[in-house]
Write a protein that binds this ligand. Sequence first.
Ligand code: FAD
Ligand code: NAI
Length: 463
Amino acid sequence: ADEFDFDVLVIGAGPGGYVAAIRAAQLGLKTACAESRETLGGTCLNVGCIPSKAMLHASEYYDAAANGAFAKLGIKVTPELDLDTMHGQRRDAVKQLTGGIEFLFKKNKVTWLKGKASFEDAHKVKVGDQTVTAKNVVIATGSSVTPLPGVTIDQKVVVDSTGALELPKVPQHMVVIGGGVIGLELGSVWRRLGAKVTCVEFLDQILPGFDGEVRKEANKIFKKQGIEFKLGTKVTNVAVNGDTATLTLEPAAGGEATTIEADSVLVSIGRKPNTDGLGLEKIGLTPNQRGQIETDHDFRTAVSGVWAIGDVIPGPMLAHKAEDEGIAVAENIAGQHGIVNHDVIPSVVYTWPEIAGVGLTEEAARERGEVKVGKFPMLANSRAKTNHEPDGFVKVIADAKTDRVLGVWCIASVAGTMIAQAAQAMEFGATSEDIAYTCHAHPTHSEAIKEAAMAVTGKPIHI
Ligand code: FAD
Ligand code: NAI
């Protein structure tokens, strides 16, 4: 491939792009990765998954100390919040992990091209002030915050997720616009640290896309924790005056307007694919109505030699989905057979308790045919009960005829870890009986998955 500078040029170094670049290099392809940020790792490592989990982890301990959960265990403490140190450990986590990707690039001989990339033609890309050619180009430009029309994000009073990770002091009243994953995770962080939190959601329930029963139960748990919800409500105006904002709310279906005041407003109404300034018009590639770049099952776009993965293509905007697509696209470019099973992508909300699911919701499964559902409450799981973690349940949905598992949903303190076994079972085409007859270590939260699987055919032991 001497006619090109590189075999593969990846645009974007998020979990999709950096993984694609490393795998391509591992497969012996001469690889470069263009990134406009100062550090590698994309949204996930810099301003997403990692810093949000750093704040969730720290604030969870603070909350446990402050709300009496430690006292219940015989540990008496009066916590004092040192927000600067909390932010410091968040920044350290990000620095170490983004530095880790830089190390992996060097180790695998991936060339990092610093700067914003834009197409000149399908094999020629401008990165900053240099131009490089590549036989294959992978678009992995990710996504950014969807703005709310008429609302300016000033990162002081009105923030997006990036601003909400870095607030220099605990707000008195934070209004979260959008009861999705970001709103609930970051709303939880500041609620735990002492803010009053109100969540305004357009739909009549939080967490769209999750199983209906899970959405309802999650709503109940968050309410109990003190988050106030205004469901079926839209924000029509946010007026900032100095340090406070006045929000105008209306019922989603229209009706009388009310106002509330807040010293912090988090806009978290979704994310949109990054395609602006990429020069897609120069290669004749047009995003779909939702702004996404369409690909085939191998992650080829409509333009020969140009591929796309991650948040910029259709599907859930999740880091592990982007990573798996990164591996698959590199393998396909190398002439191998990279596949991602989009029916089995787990989804986790890292609140307390955690909320996780994989496969079909009960509603979607019922639309497709007859199903059997097994449920098991965490209250009846010995480990959860002993740990004073009674909230939540596991639900296993199986095909009524074949018993094949179609979906698993859990609310439990460690649901994110528990869901891995469900994904693996589904990937192997397991039946609920397969899970029920797999030996699970005792006492673990995961036994609740086994018991929910036993409940599919009506035979759990502990309830
Ligand atoms: P990105 O990570 O967005 O990376 C794209 C990169 O491309 C960026 O660094 C960008 O600077 C660069 N880029 C864009 N255009 C150009 C250009 N023209 N030239 C050069 N570089 C360019 N997902 C999870 O699975 N778990 C979580 O816990 C989780 N938590 C999250 C928390 C928050 C607050 C947010 C905002 C997101 C979270 N996500 C989480 C979602 C996750 O971050 C994304 O799904 C993931 O980062 C997508 O990876 P990507 O590689 O497609 O894109
Ligand atoms: P989201 O799509 O999860 O939730 C947005 C919410 O805002 C929805 O409930 C929607 O109905 C509501 N909404 C939309 N417009 C509104 C309006 N005008 N007024 C009130 N409510 C409105 O999007 P979110 O939370 O911004 O997250 C973006 C993406 O980041 C998600 O797709 C998610 O996949 C990813 N992410 C994943 C995490 C994880 O895996 N743990 C954590 C954080 C983000």
